[in-house]
Design a protein around this ligand. Sequence first.
Ligand code: FMN
Length: 122
Amino acid sequence: MAMTCIYYDSKTGNVERFINRLRLQRDWDIQKIDQISQPLQEGHLITYTTGIGEIPAATLRFLEENSSMIKSVSSSGNKNWGPNFAMAATKIAAKFKLPVLMQFELSGTGEDIRKFIENIEG
Ligand SMILES: Cc1cc2nc3c(=O)[nH]c(=O)nc-3n(C[C@H](O)[C@H](O)[C@H](O)COP(=O)(O)O)c2cc1C
């Protein structure tokens, strides 16, 4: 089976903290989208929500080039944003025809990490 690849975007560190806890549990190939060095392999994207339910600009640029290599999208958000909670994943799913894997709060809970892994591994 091919190595599981994860691509992520993070501005204030919450997605980064989710990723760091994921790294403790799985030896996956995980790269930040602004630091990708090799040609892209198929993988899953985790990003966050900005503006009022918006996709971060760097995430959008990444998807415009690479969405054909992306198998699912997840977003961090904050439930204080009500109906716009983690809306970036919903918008990416519609725009790029991708499934939403997860929408979680801030850096996620242990349960969120467990569910994320379970969703990836099937
Ligand atoms: C300017 C700004 C706008 C935000 N807008 C939303 C939003 O519309 N919906 C949401 O769920 N979270 C929103 N958030 C919360 C972030 O998505 C959340 O803090 C996320 O964990 C940030 O990820 P990062 O720390 O990896 O950058 C916003 C945060 C900021 C600073």
